[in-house]
Design a protein around this ligand. Structure first.
Ligand code: GTP
Length: 427
């Protein structure tokens, strides 16, 4: 296997964890390139459970190197907590195998405070369902050129001066506009410096690390978080995350040229889910939606809230294909569809009096489309024991073939259950 990007093709929660775990086995280095501690994988190894929000799950594979790229926003306290939890379970988290780009931006206490204060002041309709972890405000500061970068954690004087400058504005918002408490430079500085010495040894030149891996003939995996339609530019704005989740950002967010990306695997769930607010054309607020929600155990990983569920949307998938250029698709949770008499696939939208086959680009345009469905026969058979293409029932194979036709992309991996061996590889 060569260098591979793994990204979600829908609204996140496509079941990337399992596919990432499978592909990690064939890689030497795993890189995160966007987002922050809003990703989340629960990984079971033997009888030990690990919950990782920031550090790639590749850390659980001895000998693999994990890199946190410049495109990630890093909460130093969360990083230290995850490192300590892993160390307590005898995982090697030494700086030699866990590195952070010096250019990654740092989530500061005022970012978290602002995130929460802002969301509290929004009306219910305008809440975007932020996780309150300061990720959006941290990216804002990066773009405003007032952000604090990981390298600054090793330079206390610079760090203090930057905090002082940032707080002028932040306090005007926190205490002025939102009526909360102002933060002092000392308190913020002390809070960050309490953890900085444990982060600094992990700082590295991530570009150089990837180059060194390539020079040694090693393979690198770029692990995306969230999903394509949560992308800050291309997603269902404003109900999106604050970074680019598309495959192209694997290069920019880790400091390499796009020519270094050989394979792009789009993770597609066999139906569609969405957490929180935002348009979702194929949502089924009925028996079919409940069936998918219950059979697929579709609960938010962080909040425990039920995920919204609906039919597969090929318009959403085709858009993901245009934006990511996947070489192949890994189709997950296909077993969840077993037992449904008929399956619907949305192939187009009715919108403003016409039929469109690509997503509208106006703000919230997706909220005003009517899906056009085609119906396919379902299957009753339990497919969780299928290990070959041939052993899948004919209607299941037809469903996969139709996805390939509608997207123009080959389905190379089919997941029929949560376990590692419940995967059909088509080579
Ligand atoms: P994301 O990075 O957000 O995609 O995280 P994730 O991979 O943890 O996805 P999610 O939070 O949706 O959790 C996926 C859950 O589905 C986990 O409990 C997996 O064990 C399970 N799972 C993964 N693949 C399959 C599958 O093919 N069938 C079934 N039934 N469960 C699966």
């Amino acid at each position: 296997m060569s260098n591979v990007v793994v990204m979600g093709a829908q609204w996140g929660d496509e079941g990337k964890g399992k596919i990432v775990d499978l592909l990690t086995r064939k890689c030497d280095v795993i890189v995160r390139f966007q987002g922050g501690n809003n990703a989340g994988h629960t990984v079971l190894v033997g009888d030990k459970q690990y919950i990782l929000h920031l550090i790639p799950s590749g850390i659980l594979h001895p000998g693999k190197k994990c890199l946190i790229g410049n495109g990630v926003v890093l909460d130093p306290a969360v990083f230290c907590r995850e490192v300590e939890t892993l160390r307590d379970k005898d995982v090697d988290v030494s700086p030699a195998r866990l590195m952070i780009s010096r250019k990654a931006h740092v989530i500061m206490p005022y970012h978290k405070a602002l995130d929460v204060a802002r969301e509290c002041h929004k009306t219910n309709e305008s809440k975007i369902g932020t996780t309150g972890r300061g990720i959006g405000p941290c990216y804002e500061d990066k773009m405003s050129r007032i952000g604090i970068r990981a390298a600054d954690l090793a330079m206390p004087e610079l760090l203090r001066a930057k905090i002082e400058a940032a707080l002028l504005e932040k306090n005007a918002l926190l205490a002025g506009l939102y009526g909360g408490e102002a933060m002092t430079v000392d308190a913020v500085f002390d809070e960050v410096m309490a953890v900085a010495p444990r982060v600094v040894p992990h700082l590295a030149d991530v570009t150089a690390e990837i180059e060194a891996a390539w020079a040694a003939g090693q393979h690198v995996m770029f692990e995306g978080a969230q999903g394509t339609h949560l992308d800050i530019d291309h997603g269902t704005y404003p109900f999106v995350t604050s970074s680019n989740t598309v495959s192209g950002n694997a290069a920019a967010g880790s400091g390499i040229a796009p020519t270094g990306l050989d394979r792009i695997v789009a993770i597609v769930k066999a139906y569609t889910t969405r957490v929180g607010a935002g348009p979702f054309p194929t949502e089924q607020m009925n028996e079919a939606g409940d069936y998918l929600q219950q059979k697929g155990h579709e609960f938010g990983a962080t909040t425990g809230r039920k995920r919204r569920c609906g039919w597969l949307d090929a318009v959403v998938l085709r858009e993901a294909v245009r934006l990511n250029g996947p070489t192949d698709i890994a189709l997950t949770k296909l077993d969840v569809l077993s037992g449904l008499k008929e399956l619907q696939i949305c192939t187009a939208y009715e919108y403003q009096g016409g039929t469109i086959t690509v997503a509208p680009q106006e703000q919230n345009g997706m909220a005003h489309v009517t899906p056009v469905y085609e119906t396919m026969p379902g299957w009753d058979d339990d497919i969780t024991g299928c290990t070959t293409w041939e052993s899948l029932p004919a209607p299941t194979r037809a469903y996969i073939a139709r996805i390939e036709e509608l997207t123009g992309v080959r389905v190379s991996l089919v997941s029929v259950g949560p376990e590692r061996d419940q995967t059909i590889s088509r080579g």
